[in-house]
Design a binder for this molecule. Structure first.
Ligand code: SF4
Length: 259
């Protein structure tokens, strides 16, 4: 081999080595915390991925078994119970549904029920005229358009009387394990804003923001956990910040205690 050929080979080897070293350096830099990275999760803004992850972890630890509190044994029963839960406690709904489902166990049976018969059974949940109309309308729609089965897509569910996005998301998540959206009830709306995960003025806006901020595999659990949190700790008036597992991550002006 001539001296020129040797020099050429050595130069190629050095270039390859330098390239490999540069690639490793880029990989390492991507894994490492950025310069000036934070000591506290909140320091890089409320939507910093590590802060969101810390909130989800705290919720998982505090409410590992959070599930829907409405008693039901089928998607149809859950749909009806969710319609009844508007402006009413889950405990109250759970008192009326056993007899309602015993009398009218399927969409076909409910579609044939008279409005006064439904109203009588759901009277104590409030707004019973409207709720009875929604339940009867839902039963007819499901019987006539969906072969008697509750549909499994958001687009279809929101065509059912009484089932807006929140109800549709509850049924999809709880009955079918599908996360097409995030359930935003009064607790999720309030707490998402207190935690600065959302700033929207309507449940729809807050849902859109949460869908951007939260990993999709947390959409279902997040709502269940936050609803529990809202009932037990982060209540509307005088939240119990002193015992809140999220207190270190929360900068809400509504806080009643600061660590
Ligand atoms: S610290 Fe207070 S306001 Fe913030 S999430 Fe906890 S209970 Fe709610």
């Amino acid at each position: 081999m001539t001296a020129t050929k040797k020099i050429g080979k050595t130069a190629k080897k050095s270039a390859k080595k330098a390239l490999a070293e540069r690639t490793d350096a880029v990989k390492t830099a991507r894994k490492a915390p950025r310069a000036g990275a934070l000591k506290t999760p909140a320091a890089r803004g409320p939507l910093a991925p590590e802060r969101v992850a810390a909130i989800l972890k705290a919720l998982d630890e505090a409410y590992p078994d959070a599930v829907c509190a409405l008693h039901h044994s089928t998607p149809w029963e859950l749909l009806v119970a969710t319609i009844l839960s508007a402006q009413c406690t889950d405990a109250r709904v759970n008192m009326v549904t056993p007899e309602l489902f015993r009398r009218f166990p399927t969409p076909a049976a409910m579609a044939k029920a008279t409005l006064p018969a439904i109203e009588e059974l759901i009277r104590t949940t409030g707004f019973f005229h409207n709720k009875a109309k929604s339940i009867q309308g839902a039963a007819k729609k499901i019987t006539e358009d969906f072969g008697g089965k509750v549909p499994e897509t958001l687009a279809e569910l929101i065509t059912i009387p009484g089932a807006a996005r929140k109800t549709a998301n509850v049924v999809l998540g709880v009955s079918f394990g599908k996360a097409e959206g995030v359930v935003v009830d009064t607790h999720v709306f309030r707490i998402a804003r207190r935690l600065e995960l959302a700033r929207g003025e309507t449940p729809q806006e807050v849902e859109r923001e949460l869908m951007r901020v939260l990993p999709q595999d947390h959409w279902i659990a997040f709502s269940h956990q936050v609803i529990h949190h809202g009932r037990q700790v982060c209540v509307a008036r005088n939240p119990k910040c002193r015992i809140c597992p999220l207190e270190m991550l929360c900068r809400s002006k509504d806080k009643t205690w600061q660590s």
